[in-house]
Write a protein that binds this ligand. Structure first.
Ligand code: GBH
Length: 506
């Protein structure tokens, strides 16, 4: 507790207000009453560029987010950047102390490639960058917190981007060599690896006004970037299997995101087909190759057909060789799921470029679904339950860990809407486990801290812990949701009573 003792009094004051609010909010969120199984793992997630700061310290190289935010600040909602962010590069012990106080079994963080190898090439490593993650990993282990490490959370070194980034197939080899460095230095202590965070989002950054590198290469760039990441993932999986696994005994997967699509009219066969097609384009794009060996047949068919109609000599969706298909199949030791929201769909086209036009669907929201400050983050806990069932049926009930789930608001400490969101999604998870027999073994909240929310800068907050970005000391303050989550971790239950009766003591 020493790390946040300075603001303890303030927090107690805040908490008194919070406790009253909780009594109000807790009454209108139903809990199924189930208890999380004993071995169920709870964690919190962050990503390097969003929290670390220290953007040019101790030999770190420039990555695409340093580059974009410095060159085009006007693209970021509040013209901000991650130069300092939560300053976790210096305050990592404080972050670990928070995770410890929450009693988390694990902490998910990502490694900044350009901190390890400034240009991305491994013949020139940066010892101080390597030392930073050694310190972080050691600090976690000293506190009995399991590290779950993402190798790539959207921050490719700028030099590799200048070589084409993820649309250049050779990146799969650069990534493999970077992964080899990580296994060699950290694999003795890290047993849980995620190669890519949300490869679909990385791909969008090549197709239209998305994230860095902010390219506009349409679906050609979109599918190429996805293809390279899939090949890279399979190479890293096999590298680990062949050269490290015997000794290190770890597990590998990739974190896949996506809206879950449900039929607008649950009785309409056409809407049912459209929802299934949309889910295959959104989620099957990466899961199908990894679980079944190739792109989903419906995706192959529809993109090929469209490319032909457009008079292209080949399909915009690249083709795997037989060998690549074999190498991809079976490369997820567990299903890592990032999930935030759900949409209803019907056959048509959507004005939002986030929804792949090749899949021909239009999205709708139900007016009863609660919203958030982020227009995309509509609250549909039932969607998570249905998605977990979809994954169970589609991929033969794999072990699933939710590697991200969380809620955006304006940063209030009395974040009852976040509590409500997390609680209802945990409840949906419990229902999936007990009513649908889904094999879910862990849940990770996004995020431990308020942080740099990409194109939304510091305007939207996702943390259980508030960070004051206007204060150069970036002080951390616990929110009401922190206390809520701490209680869930401690009791493995969502019961209102246990939380509201215990909270004033904290
Ligand atoms: C995750 O991505 C990221 O892994 C994490 O870094 C991030 O901080 C967190 O979510 C919260 O955003 O429909 O045009 O309005 C979530 C990625 C963000 C992808 C919103 C779809 C929709 C934009 N999603 N985006 S739009």
């Amino acid at each position: 507790m020493q790390y946040f003792s300075t603001s303890a009094l303030k927090q107690f004051e805040m908490f008194k207000i919070a406790a009253v609010g909780l009594l109000i909010i807790s009454s209108n969120i139903l809990s199924s009453g189930y208890k999380f199984p004993d071995g169920f793992m709870f964690g919190a997630s962050t990503a390097a560029y969003q929290i670390e700061g220290g953007w040019n310290e101790d030999g770190k190289g420039v990555n695409i987010w340093d580059h974009l935010t410095h060159l085009r600040p006007e693209l970021i909602r509040d013209h901000s950047n991650g130069d300092v962010a939560c300053d976790s590069y210096h305050k990592y012990k404080e972050d670990v102390a928070l995770a410890k106080d929450l009693n988390l079994q694990f902490y998910r963080f990502s490694i900044s490639w350009s901190r390890i190898a400034p240009s991305g090439e491994v013949h020139k490593l940066n010892p101080e960058g390597i030392a930073y993650y050694n310190r972080l990993i050691d600090e976690l282990i000293a506190n009995d917190i399991v590290p779950l490490v993402t190798m790539y959370h959207w921050d490719i070194p700028q030099y590799l981007q200048d070589l084409g980034g993820w649309v250049n197939p050779i990146m799969s080899d650069y990534f493999k060599e970077y992964a080899r460095v990580l296994f060699s230095y950290y694999g003795d202590r890290v047993k849980w690896w995620i190669t890519f965070n949300e490869p679909m989002e990385t791909s969008k950054a090549y197709s239209f006004n998305g994230y860095a590198p902010y390219l506009h290469l349409n679906n050609t760039g979109y599918y190429l970037a996805g293809h390279t990441q899939l090949i890279a993932h399979s190479k890293v999986y096999h590298l680990y299997n062949d050269e490290f696994k015997d000794k290190q005994q770890g597990k590998i997967s990739l974190s896949l995101n996506g809206v879950f699509f449900i039929p607008k009219d649950e009785q309409s066969q056409d809407d049912i087909n459209t929802a299934e097609r949309a889910n295959q384009f959104e989620r099957g794009w990466f899961s199908h190759p990894v679980y079944k060996g190739d792109y989903p047949p419906v995706m192959r068919q529809w993109v090929d057909k469209k490319s032909k109609k457009e008079g292209r000599p080949w399909s915009t969706l690249p083709t795997f060789t037989k060998k690549e298909i074999e190498l991809l199949k079976g490369t997820a030791d567990f299903y890592a799921l990032n999930h935030y929201s759900t949409r209803m769909v019907t056959h048509g086209s959507d004005p939002n470029p986030n929804y792949n036009p090749d899949a021909e669907y239009a999205t709708f929201v139900d007016k009863s679904w609660p919203t958030s400050v982020a227009s995309w983050l509509i609250v549909v806990p039932e969607g998570l339950k249905r998605l977990l069932v979809w994954i169970k049926n589609e991929y033969d009930n794999p072990p699933v860990i939710i590697t991200e789930n969380g809620f955006a608001d304006n940063g209030t400490l009395n974040d009852f809407e976040r509590i409500s969101y997390v609680k209802s999604h945990l409840n949906a998870t419990l229902q999936a486990i007990f009513e649908d027999k889904c094999n879910v073994f862990g849940y990770t909240v996004w995020s431990l801290l308020d942080n740099f929310e990409w194109m939304d800068g510091y305007a939207y907050h996702f943390g259980l812990v508030h960070v004051d970005f206007n204060n150069p000391l970036t002080p951390r303050t616990l929110k009401a949701s922190y206390q809520f989550f701490k209680n869930v971790v401690a009791t493995h239950r969502l019961d209102d009573s246990s939380f509201t009766t215990q909270s004033p003591e904290l």
